[in-house]
Design a protein around this ligand. Structure first.
Ligand code: GRF
Length: 188
């Protein structure tokens, strides 16, 4: 299954998906990494791994216009499945409709808890015993759509949003690679 990954930043989840795709029995291959941030750190990682990149700022374009550019690039690369990995922009309903059931996202909370930003600070402030991460199918509502995999992480006394984020991120990398492979196997 040909996968395109959308990023906006450092790309550690993208890197882990690319790494996992190198396994001989991987059901997916990352054929493009796309970014709405032209100097996103993850782009250099993708290039070093031999994955072609596409980067263009969304600034000055309407959301649907920018998403149409992404859509065209994905289709030109014969992408079959899209993985959002720290892609910090809402996708337009038109784009999502064109990829129904073929966009996955990773979110750093135990969805349906804490959609949106600052998930770790909110989990700590609520006094939760655990935090975690979720992989879900993308639908037009932010961080909504069927959850296909979750991992849990205990919140420790004295945890800060940063210390908790570090431990959750380790689980994100493992969870996303497994969930994407499982999903790709079902598409194939
Ligand atoms: C991750 O925590 C992801 O769950 C969230 O943003 C962060 C992106 O990190 N949506 P990276 O770019 O994958 O390193």
């Amino acid at each position: 299954v040909r996968v395109g990954i959308l990023i906006s930043g450092r790309g550690s989840n993208m890197a882990s998906l690319v790494d996992a795709s190198m396994a001989a029995d991987s059901p997916y291959r990352v054929v493009r990494v796309l970014s709405n941030v032209e100097d996103a750190g993850g782009l250099a990682i993708a290039t070093a791994a031999g994955v072609p990149i596409w980067a263009r700022s969304h600034k000055g374009l309407k959301r649907a216009e920018f998403d149409a550019l992404i859509d065209a690039e994905l289709r030109a690369a014969d992408v079959e499945l899209v993985a959002l990995a720290g892609y910090m922009r809402l996708l337009s309903p038109e784009f999502i409709a064109g990829w129904e059931g073929r966009i996955l996202n990773i979110h750093p909370s135990l969805l349906p808890l804490y959609k949106g930003l600052d998930t770790h600070a909110r989990a700590i402030a609520a006094g939760d015993a655990e935090a975690g991460c979720s992989v879900h199918v993308v639908t037009p509502e932010l961080d909504d759509g069927p959850v296909i995999a979750q991992a849990r992480v205990a919140i420790r006394p004295g945890d800060t949003p940063g210390s908790l984020a570090d431990r959750v991120l380790v689980e994100e990398h493992k969870l996303y690679a497994t969930a994407l492979a499982d999903y790709a196997r079902r598409l194939r």
